[in-house]
Design a binder for this molecule. Structure first.
Ligand code: COA
Length: 248
């Protein structure tokens, strides 16, 4: 595994790289590139650290659109065009990239995400007032697996400020009516994956996307919560591999 960096508008954007593969993974709120380790190791590709996360540097981020801008520039610089896979907030970023920067997109993956990502007010307020306890609750919501729950409860607590910032951006992300009014056209091959027991972005959100994106296919993974690619890597990688193989 190596690091690949690109400087975009003066900010270093870093990615973890596995075997050569024109695929870019985008993590969700308060996470970093390492959540895609199972995919990098088995399939390859690039897992980007969003600005202000992991090894990437500071950049002013005011909306999901700003994240989309940096990831799109990174893809253009490193690969030209790629299959772009996003989890949760990362999935919101992928949707924005499709809308604004369609020329860099070969195909997309929308993982545990939705057309709107409202966040429980208790989570937003809790992260401000009682970050340790609220990080534990978010981790409870994110996983079925108890070892991962424990591990990420600590990680989220350490990163509570950026987690809150990301979740506030998610809360404002809303393309629901635009999809309903046929104002959004995602025409590229799209794989949608969600855990059957996802409490943060329930399967209903993925089904909505599947109904609105004609070129999409959906997989609901059993015994998985919000972090499906971490909890069920074998099943998840099989779905992704099959999707990628049919693209060439
Ligand atoms: N795709 C499809 N339908 C969606 C949707 C999406 N992304 N987001 C909301 N909806 C639907 C709801 O299912 C609901 O449908 P219904 O009236 O048939 O039951 C309707 O739109 C209203 O949305 P809702 O989410 O209930 O809005 P709200 O403002 O009343 O509730 C929350 C806000 C935070 C309570 C709720 O969104 C929630 O529980 N979210 C999940 C927990 C969370 O914090 N997730 C973090 C995401 S990053």
């Amino acid at each position: 595994m190596e690091n690949v960096d690109a400087v975009i508008d003066g900010a270093k954007i870093s990615a973890l790289k596995g075997e050569d593969l024109p695929i870019v993974y985008i993590h969700g709120s308060g996470c970093d590139a390492s959540i895609w380790m199972n995919q990098l190791e088995e399939l390859g590709g690039y897992a980007v650290d969003l600005p202000n996360h992991g090894k990437s540097c500071f950049a002013e981020i005011r909306s999901v659109d700003d994240y989309a801008y940096f990831v799109a520039k990174f893809v253009k610089k490193i690969l030209g065009k790629a299959i772009i896979i996003g989890h949760s907030l990362g999935g919101a970023i992928v949707q924005k990239i499709c809308i604004e920067y369609g020329d860099i997109v070969k195909a997309v993956g929308l993982i545990s995400t939705g057309a709107r990502l409202r966040v429980l007010p208790e989570i937003l307020q809790g992260l401000e007032k009682n970050p340790d306890e609220t990080s534990k609750i978010i981790s409870e919501f994110s996983f079925l697996d108890s070892t991962l729950k424990k591990k990420y409860s600590k990680i989220f607590a350490e990163r509570n400020k950026i987690l809150l910032k990301d979740l506030m951006l998610c809360d404002k992300f809303d393309l629901l009516d635009k999809y309903r009014n046929n104002e959004i056209k995602i025409l590229c091959p799209t794989v949608i994956v969600v855990g059957r027991y996802d409490k943060l972005t329930p399967p209903k959100y993925s089904q909505f996307l599947n109904e609105r994106i004609k070129s999409s296919e959906i997989y609901i993974v059993d015994n998985a919560g919000h972090m499906v690619m971490l909890e069920k890597p074998v099943e998840f990688n099989r779905i992704l591999k099959n999707f990628i193989e049919r693209l060439v």
